[in-house]
Design a protein around this ligand. Structure first.
Ligand code: SF4
Ligand code: SF4
Length: 396
């Protein structure tokens, strides 16, 4: 029988833990310090001209094309109340005023949200009660995030107000492709960008669906709250050594969006245990990280800089040195995703191994050894990507 531990057991938090200021994320700290972005145009041009494999014009264009929905809909990374992440109804669905709002038991409401969210494109969906600790203290541009007795959330120049009635959170994962991730750290790898485009489609559509039922919804991407602890609380997975969410279904190959709502929802059980225990003996991401940003030792309560929020027992990724490496290498790296032992295509064999990881942790070292022996997570040659014909397309 697979064992589950409580959230407090898998993600212990000190009493003095304080809400994190989104302005302290590594990206925003670097911006404030005047550092150039990792996608520096001059360096990009240099790489293209030198025809470095994986950094050619076609590779960059492919990666950036994947970001189209996120950017063109203004639902980009980390911006509150914008595009499909609008805190106000988009007016796509509308419940007639004379129609009473939809009523359902929390269990049924959760089932309906799961089914609709999966249809809109989610890989998985979980539900939890809102834990204010994970809500940012301030937005990326310095506005306070507060909770008030109002019906609908709103954002002004000074503050973002989450209604106290929004007691439930829908945590959503969207998929990232294992195949394309195998080209990391080349710029050829579009999976993060595609994830950022999928997040607002699913979260925005589901929020609008909720509004059409007569309830309120605040959809968010990387903004408003820290995604990983919410996803853990909603039973989607656990945090790995590289600091990313690892799910039993897709490993770390997901991005996370969330919706705060006043629609009462049954909460999800915690994900089965076994991921943290596996990371305890694996170390593969720490070994391969080119900037040594991933710790090789045990979990601890302290981070590296202001970019990490202390007070949680976990592996802290050094977000500053990671980002510095991105700047030097000219790509968003992704090696830790590529090499992660949980990054695997779907197969019965991998499902069997996962069963053993959950139930017979004594064998974990054997799986780590086997993973290395099989050469999983090796970078593919970017020159090959465009030569492989897509399935079903005849080019002769
Ligand atoms: S993205 Fe690259 S540099 Fe950053 S933590 Fe992962 S492996 Fe290290
Ligand atoms: S590579 Fe290994 S140690 Fe690192 S997150 Fe994945 S499973 Fe955990």
């Amino acid at each position: 029988m697979t064992k589950r531990r409580s959230f407090d057991e898998v993600y212990p938090v000190k009493d003095h833990y304080q809400r994190f200021n989104q302005g302290n994320t590594a990206f925003l700290r670097a911006e404030k310090a005047g550092h150039r972005g990792y996608d520096d145009v001059t360096k990009k041009l240099e790489r293209m001209r030198k025809e470095i494999p994986g950094f050619s014009l076609i590779d960059y264009a492919f990666r950036d094309g994947a970001l189209t929905v996120a950017m063109a809909s203004r639902s980009g990374r980390g911006i509150i109340d914008s595009g499909f992440y609008s805190w106000s109804p988009l007016g796509v669905t509308s419940k007639p005023e004379d129609m009473p709002r939809w009523e359902a038991a929390p269990e049924r409401a959760a089932r309906v949200m799961y089914k609709a969210g999966r249809y809109y494109g989610a890989a998985d969906i979980g539900f939890c009660e809102l834990d204010k600790r994970w809500v940012y203290s301030h937005t990326a541009d310095g506005r306070l995030i507060v909770f008030e007795d109002v019906e609908r959330g709103y954002v002004t120049d000074e503050k973002a107000v989450i209604p106290k009635s929004h007691r439930w959170v829908i945590a959503i994962t969207v998929p990232m492709e294992v195949e394309e991730m195998m080209y990391a750290p080349a710029a050829l790898n579009p999976v993060s960008s595609m994830g950022y485009s999928r997040m607002p489609v699913v979260a925005g559509s589901l929020a609008e669906f909720i509004r059409g039922l007569g309830y309120n919804a605040i959809p968010c991407g990387n903004d408003t709250a820290i995604s990983v602890p919410i996803a853990i609380q909603a039973g989607l997975g656990h945090v790995g050594r590289h600091g990313r969410l690892i799910t039993w279904r897709d490993g770390p190959m997901v991005r996370i969006a969330k919706i705060f709502t006043d629609l009462p929802l049954a909460t999800s059980p915690q994900a089965p245990r076994g991921i943290i225990e596996f990371c305890d003996v694996c170390h593969k991401c720490a070994k391969h990280c080119p900037s040594q940003s991933i710790p090789d030792g045990p979990r601890r309560y302290e981070g590296y800089s202001e970019a990490n929020n202390p007070g949680v027992l976990k592996w802290y990724c050094n977000a500053d040195s990671c980002l510095e490496h991105w700047r030097e290498s000219g790509s968003s790296c992704g090696i830790c995703f590529r090499v992660c032992s949980f990054t695997k295509p779907e197969s019965v064999l991998h499902d069997i191994v996962k069963w053993f990881i959950r139930n017979v942790p004594q064998l974990n070292r054997l799986w780590v050894w086997t993973d290395n022996l099989m050469g999983y997570g090796r970078m593919r040659n970017p020159r090959d990507y465009w030569e492989d014909s897509p399935e079903g397309v005849c080019l002769t």
